[in-house]
Design a protein around this ligand. Structure first.
Ligand SMILES: C[S@@+](CC[C@H](N)C(=O)[O-])C[C@H]1O[C@@H](n2cnc3c(N)ncnc32)[C@H](O)[C@@H]1O
Length: 202
């Protein structure tokens, strides 16, 4: 199965197998590169860390990371990759209930926030913003209202103006709106509508 087939039905263990060995997301790399130009590594939250492709990269580059995911199997993969790393804290927790620390330098959420319940999304976003220090960054993806999954009732999908509203308290460093049809071998391609975001809190 492809990662998106697993994600469509929230088969997270299947997703972790399907993405095994993949490198960090470009939005994370752009944020880390921007921080590198400003000073030493800081403290990040990886929301919906999954099997750890981004957390591993942050640790490798000297960051302290609080990795949060709702599925316990995520951390079996992650711990297998990094062992007892003292700069890593993990919490099995739903975004909808996660209390986030203050004065965080980076909140990374790669392909994760759309899986938050739509009714809870605004409060999850407010907690992300509140957790960031001024000058801290958000990196990750938000999903658009023309994405195939926007019709699913348990997903948080956003219009361009919704996204611009969310980012009002940020200086937007990178905002790429991607819209395309997936590969279609079986005539049920997913239509992707994704916002790739790196933004610095004012
Ligand atoms: C598509 S995967 C992305 C994983 C990783 N960030 C990446 O870029 O590959 C989504 C992750 O979010 C987690 N997740 C989904 N809904 C969640 C929720 N409501 N609360 C916490 N974690 C959730 C899943 O367990 C899964 O690991």
């Amino acid at each position: 199965l492809k990662p998106e087939d697993c994600a469509a039905i929230r088969d997270w263990p299947g997703y972790y197998r399907a993405v095994r060995g993949k490198g960090p997301r470009e939005t994370l790399l752009a944020a880390l590169d921007a921080f590198d130009r400003e000073g030493p590594p800081g403290h990040a939250v990886d929301l919906g860390c999954g099997e750890g492709r981004d957390t591993v990269e942050m640790l490798r580059r000297g960051w302290r990371v609080l990795a949060i995911d709702g599925h316990p199997e995520a951390f079996e993969h992650l711990r297998r990759r990094v062992g007892t790393e003292p700069r890593l804290t993990t919490r099995v927790e739903a975004f909808e209930h996660a209390a986030l620390p203050r004065e965080i330098d980076l909140v990374n959420a790669s392909f994760a926030l759309p899986f938050c319940g739509p009714a809870e999304f605004p409060s999850v976003w407010s907690r992300i913003v509140a957790s960031l220090r001024p000058g801290g960054r958000f990196a990750g993806q938000l999903f658009g209202d023309r994405d195939s999954w926007a019709t699913l009732p348990d997903r948080a999908h956003l219009s361009r103006s919704d996204v611009e509203g969310l980012l009002e308290v940020f200086h937007v460093e990178h905002l790429r709106e991607e819209e395309r049809d997936g590969n279609d071998e079986r005539k049920k391609a997913k239509h992707w509508h994704v916002y790739h975001v790196v933004a610095r809190k004012r």
